[in-house]
Ligand binder design. Structure first.
Ligand SMILES: Cc1cc2nc3c(=O)[nH]c(=O)nc-3n(C[C@H](O)[C@H](O)[C@H](O)COP(=O)(O)O)c2cc1C
Ligand SMILES: [Mn+2]
Length: 448
């Protein structure tokens, strides 16, 4: 368990997983270029200590660039990530409220609010502007006050204005629309620079109404310490580096985009709600955190991997009680393609599994099901199963038009997709025909 982001950065430094960058960098492209490179070489997280025009600030990037960094953030061995994440996500520890905390060391309210003083980063070559990309948003249901945590990008529009791209198939987007129906804005706090459990917990695919602070508590094994905001009725992590408090402006929308999105393509300009910022509080010598997305693999992909794998695993277990492994693939952006291995007991159960998983609507377009003798983390073995265990006329399922939280540019209309499934399992009665050729004694070979 880490007390805060700074405690975690010390831990990373001890493990050689944090690189301090002393040379001057521009918040436009140069920081993002560093994160791109470290993501591609599976390098360390980067702490930029000299950002042009932002004396006194440090910018952190690529904190979750690799699976190794996710494992360090959760304090679990990399090879046990799915198994351990499944248990930790279920633990649930309620947060605790404290009277004050480091995030209150500096307070800007009223005319002092100025987002231009924050080193907000411009990432991809064709992005329309600078975006806050890894702030954890906290909002409450306008009817019953149920709290929600999630991450939504925000485009810098002015000294006290940000866009807030939260579509209605995400919980915060639904809350914004519910508030608008009551002719009100939604109070939203954005916490930037929090410890890993809070960021990872915000990505859990838990139902509407479940407070992800409880999930974060379970992931860190201790309650998250919260303080009240200054200008809105929302609670934020007391140890956060920065908190942006604001209220959405009912009915107002702005063009948001193009923006280099997680499928590795640019999204068109969307019509996004607008947040009026009412206060900014922060620690002294604050660390501003940014995150990269774009072509996989980036931290936007790694952060969602286990949340997606977990919800898929739990759903798959309802259909086939002997699921061996679930792997959302990197080329599939950790969202669009899942491979599932099962111990098959009935010839058609893979087909039920395909339908159930496509119906989740979490971004899946492709479900590949194989037998439990296939190592689904090895792309060659998966392709081998497809090459030798399926016939396209018999074993393919195509489902048109499903509601789906996807930014796949090939879809016919936004947030809808066709889905396809491949049953590459062998017939129960005919396993011997498909037996893998194995050579006895390979494990005894010591000369290579
Ligand atoms: C770095 C990062 C950036 C993200 N940006 C967005 C975004 O701009 N819009 C969005 O809808 N989801 C975004 N997400 C995904 C949501 O935060 C995620 O689906 C979350 O679980 C939604 O929470 P909810 O289930 O409470 O709605 C982002 C995720 C990460 C890790
Ligand atoms: Mn939620």
């Amino acid at each position: 368990m880490f007390e805060d982001l700074r405690g975690y950065l010390n831990h990373l430094e001890d493990h050689g997983q944090l690189k301090r960058v002393a040379e001057e960098v521009d918040s436009k492209y140069e920081i993002a270029a560093g994160i791109r490179k470290t993501s591609d070489i599976e390098g360390p997280a980067l702490l930029f200590e000299n950002v042009k025009g932002f004396a006194g600030w440090r910018v952190l990037g690529g904190l979750f660039a690799t699976r190794k960094l996710i494992a360090l953030g959760l304090g679990v061995p990399e090879e046990q990530l799915l198994e351990r994440y499944l248990t930790l996500e279920d633990k649930r520890i309620a947060p605790a409220t404290v009277s004050t905390g480091p995030v209150k060391e500096i307070k800007w309210t009223g005319a002092d609010v100025d987002l231009h003083k924050l080193p907000i980063v411009t990432h991809a070559g064709k992005d329309v502007g600078a975006y806050v990309t890894i702030g954890v948003q906290v909002g409450k249901d306008p009817d019953n006050g149920a709290r929600n945590l999630s991450i939504h990008r925000m485009l810098l529009l002015g000294k006290d204005r940000l866009s807030l791209w939260a579509p209605p198939d995400h919980h915060l987007g639904r809350m914004i629309l519910k508030a608008e129906e009551k002719k009100r804005g939604l109070e939203v706090a954005t916490a930037i620079g929090v410890e890993p459990a809070i960021v990872i917990g915000s990505q859990a695919k838990v139902p509407y109404g479940v407070d992800e602070y409880h999930v974060a508590g379970g992931l860190r094994g201790a309650p998250v310490q919260l303080v009240r905001c200054e200008t809105i009725d929302v609670e934020v992590p007391a140890m956060a580096e920065i908190v942006i408090e604001g209220v959405t402006i009912p009915g107002e929308r702005v063009p948001d985009g193009p923006y280099g999105e997680y499928p590795g393509c640019y999204s068109e300009a969307k019509s996004a709600p607008v947040l009026k910022v009412t206060a900014i509080t922060m620690r002294r010598n604050p660390i501003y955190q940014t995150a990269l997305t774009g072509m996989p693999v980036t931290e936007n992909h790694t952060l969602i991997e286990y949340a997606n794998a977990a919800v898929i695993y739990r759903e798959a277990m309802k259909i086939v009680p002997e699921v061996r492994d679930v792997y959302v693939t990197p080329g599939g952006t950790f969202r669009h393609h899942v491979v599932v291995s099962i111990k098959k007991r009935h010839d058609d159960e893979a087909r039920n599994l395909i339908l159930a998983l496509l119906a989740l609507g979490i971004g899946l377009k492709q479900v590949t099901v194989v037998d439990d003798d296939i190592d689904i983390r090895n792309p060659t073995e998966v392709e081998w199963a497809l090459s030798t265990r399926m016939q396209p006329d018999r074993d393919l399922i195509v489902i048109p038009r499903l509601a789906c939280s996807t930014l796949d540019p090939s879809v016919p209309k936004p947030r809808s997709t066709a889905g396809w499934g491949i049953d590459a399992t062998v017939p129960v009665a005919d396993r011997s025909k498909y037996e893998k050729v194995l050579i006895p004694g390979v494990e005894k070979i010591k000369y290579i």
